[in-house]
Design a protein around this ligand. Sequence first.
Ligand SMILES: *Cc1c(COP(=O)(O)O)cnc(C)c1O
Ligand code: SF4
Length: 448
Amino acid sequence: MRDFRDIPRFRDVTDEEWNDWRWQLRNRLTTVEDLEDVLNLTDEERVELNRCFERFRMSVTPHYASLMDPDDTACPVRRQAVPTSFELVDRPEDLIDSTAEDYDSPSPRITHRYPDRVLFAATDMCSMYCRHCTRRRNVGTTERHATEKEIDDAITYLERSPEVRDVLISGGDPLTMSNDRLEAIIARVRAVPHVEIIRIGTRMPVVCPQRITPELCAMLERYHPLFLNTHFNTPKELTEASREACARLAGAGIPLGNQSVLLRGVNDCAHVMKELVQGLLRFRIRPYYIYQCDDETGIGHFRTSVSKGIEIMESLRGHTSGLAQPLYIIEAIGGGGKTPIMPQYLLSQAPDAVVIRNYEGIISVYREPDDYHDSQVPCEICASGEDARVGVAGLIGSDEVTLDHVTEKRLEKVRVRKERMADIHGHQEVRPFLEGRRPPAPAGEPSV
Ligand SMILES: *Cc1c(COP(=O)(O)O)cnc(C)c1O
Ligand code: SF4
């Protein structure tokens, strides 16, 4: 990391300005000329960048820009922030909204995919637009915060969805909103009686740690239990400013988690990931997920093989703290959701024993108890005979012999959400999954 005063663009900036998040947002780098003051661009890069800007926007906070290597295009920070012409490549296999968030959206800004929790996209704005962003179809094209009407509808949806006990306020990046604006949303979510926990998803601790002010922390603290997940991808992002930001959040009693994306040329190495997860713990952040990069238009050059992810997980478990172990996730296309992937530890099994192996390659046996059936003291639900488990767990907990009921349950879920939608919006249109969702424009033409 360079001292910002050593960078021509920021030579005359005062500490006070630099540490002011609004200054950071106002002074984001958005053009080739802006980049010229921070990086030593080649002629080729200039041409490439101008082509990219016809289609996608760039935005880099001064803080994040100060972490970029001025000469090395392979710098992992630079790769996440500065566009390359690879983004203009449309591959036939690439999808738009590959994870079908729009399909699972019963109200604008709400994605309701899992039984008991929803995603609430409070804004389309981020302080920095990650080149690998899966949500680029919505994020950064307008920089719009949710309107009053959208918020009203989202809250109404939450109020009518008694099964929702966990609301994840995300975006975009919700911390691009002012404290007052954000609090107005959090307070309304908190007022919904059945909402137990609130989560914030934000990259600010990484790209604009100045945003994590004592005032923000004091506000968030009033809405506990509240969790915050952030998005560090490389050890280079673990700066002193970020450490202090995380300390303020943790000091407000907010449990911190991290969601990384496995990215080619950024962190696709077992050693780099190990350094990252250990560094996160020093910042009091619990590594939560490592995502396989989605099959989304314009980010194909960041994708790695799944085997690389498995190799990384093999190199973490056992080798470093259990606290440092994230789950490695593939977001299944078409709304299948988060699917964990890991190396195989169970080698074999028989009625009386399982055979396992550990990280060192030691193979051992675990003998099953020969007198175990089900719990001798059934819980209330088991005792009632009304086991409502669905999916694969439902197959275990019921008399079903096939998973045919999965489709039924899914249709039922969609029906209930459509009903609520009709109540709130007066119509029941659900965008059909993947219909017409292929990339609209040929390479090089503006599409957003
Ligand atoms: C990731 C995600 C969640 C939260 O999932 P957890 O595994 O509980 O962290 C909720 N809704 C949607 C649509 C998501 O993509
Ligand atoms: S912070 Fe998240 S939503 Fe915003 S651009 Fe980055 S990955 Fe996308």
